[in-house]
Design a protein around this ligand. Structure first.
Ligand code: NAD
Length: 289
């Protein structure tokens, strides 16, 4: 299949390489020259503009920083420039409203479009083991599924247009809030004189058990190997958690949904990020408690 991919950064670079490995003819574009060089080395044909990259393709994949850029790239250079009937897949994490608006614009112009944000970081993008949460019609999902499978281990239909983004930010709001709760709980346990491994052994088998504790324990030396055991490097960056929590707060406000715990998690991650900790793994927030 001839596929365009726009946005070849930390995530898109590995995704482009996996599309090539799956046997597709990949036409790539990014604003940054180093990203284009990596794509070229991985077997992509690189182009000087989005419009040239999407010419003649059957599908367009985008992996871009935010909703404003996704709106601009689709509005100015994909819609009306990719062949009519092409399948459009936006894998960026963006606000639900932008995802729905761009899909509506694309569908009005005769394209099929899905929002397909991912769970899994750079290692999963490189390894082809991402999880995709997909919003769109049954027909668009059926067409998108085989392409996304080339870049991931799981592809889940979340619902209509925008549902992929909604699922992603709801999941990450729960993750942010549960990570803060896990961190403060371990700090309290410590102050109460509990041995932290013993507390882990108890709570991981009791009703306080959660993923932030048993799969991603923020305490070094307790539970499985996690970024905490590596100086809080690697893993999921604080700046990206803050981005997702901020999108969740915007969505909650628009939907009129009260999210007091999510709101507090967003404030705490904003303060941690402002301390210059945006690059640290999000479990490092335990250091502030
Ligand atoms: P990144 O900044 O490394 O890559 C973004 C790329 O987009 C850059 O190479 C940039 O040059 C390019 N770009 C920006 N504007 C462009 C334009 N107008 N046209 C073409 N290219 C343009 O970011 P990333 O880490 O790859 O993240 C991409 C998306 O994936 C984001 O929405 C992010 O929230 C999401 N995401 C990232 C991770 C992660 O661990 N990094 C995990 C899950 C989801």
């Amino acid at each position: 299949m001839k596929i365009a991919i726009i946005g070849l950064g930390n995530m898109g670079g590995g995704m482009a390489a996996n599309l090539v490995k799956a046997g597709h003819q990949v036409q790539a574009f990014d604003l940054a020259e180093p990203a284009l060089e990596r794509a070229r080395a991985n077997g992509c044909a690189c182009f000087a503009t989005v419009r040239e990259a999407v010419a003649g393709v059957e599908a367009v994949v985008t992996m871009l920083p935010n909703g404003a850029i996704v709106r601009a790239v689709y509005g100015n250079d994909v819609i009306g420039h990719a062949p009519a009937g092409a399948l459009l897949l936006d894998c960026s994490t963006i606000d639900v409203a932008s995802a729905r608006d761009v899909a509506a614009q694309a569908e009005a112009a005769g394209y099929r479009m899905v929002d397909a944000p991912v769970s899994g970081g750079i290692a999963a993008a490189n390894g082809g083991t991402l999880t995709f949460m997909v919003g769109g019609t049954d027909e668009a999902f059926a067409a998108a599924e085989p392409i996304l499978s080339n870049m991931g281990k799981a592809v889940i239909h979340a619902g209509a247009s925008g549902a992929g983004q909604a699922a992603k930010i709801c999941n990450n709001m729960l993750l942010g809030a549960s990570m803060v709760a896990t961190c403060e709980t371990f700090k309290l346990a410590e102050r109460l004189g509990l041995d932290l491994q013993t507390f882990y052994d108890i709570s991981s088998k009791a009703s306080g058990q959660c993923w932030s504790m048993t799969s991603y324990c923020p305490v070094p030396g307790v539970g499985p190997q996690t970024p905490a055991d590596n100086g809080y490097q690697g893993g999921f960056a604080t700046a990206l958690m803050l981005k997702d929590l901020t999108l969740a707060m915007a969505a909650a406000q628009e939907a009129g949904a009260p999210v007091p715990m999510g709101h507090l998690a967003q404030e705490l991650y904003a303060a941690f990020d402002a301390q210059g900790q945006g690059g640290a793994d999000f479990s490092a927030i335990i250091k502030t408690l």
